[in-house]
Design a binder for this molecule. Sequence first.
Ligand SMILES: [Zn+2]
Length: 192
Amino acid sequence: MALDLEKIAMGVRLILEGMGRDPNEGAVAETPDRVAAAYAEILAGVDQKAEDIVNVFHEVSYDEIVLVKDIPFYSMCEHHLLPFMGLAHVAYLPKGKVVGVSKLARVVELCSRRPQVQERLTSQIADLIMAKLDAKGAGIILEATHTCMTIRGVRKPGSVMVTSAMRGLFKSNLATRTEAINLLTGGRATMA
Ligand SMILES: [Zn+2]
């Protein structure tokens, strides 16, 4: 599916009206198109496919854990259409072929730039890495602050939600799982 920016702009016009503003008045006349353009960027993952991103593999004889920590990500909570953002820690166990590390960050970006909930986002990253990298295991930890929790609702700034998804050997093999979790959680920078 593709983002319908015209529809998003129409919605923003209604929101402006709901706020008691005239969407045609000078100060906000460009706002609907501006918001639509911002959404196009924030939700760029909607129009992307995994195949566009993870397509170059390197054949190597490496079958130990590959891990990238502290990948910043930005997403949008589909319940409130407010941003949530944080850090992703991604580990996988290759089966003879690896991808450039930047691809792992691209996978995180592809999945996060969509209307999401953090739990599904975590699972999607894990499933995509398992499927596209033909991995023996994948382990993902996400730490995020949700503006729908910090600026509204319970208003608890600083609260961090942590989710994890383990697949393959990271789920079934205790030693691999323990090593992955130690690597994923050990000695990382504290999230701002
Ligand atoms: Zn929310």
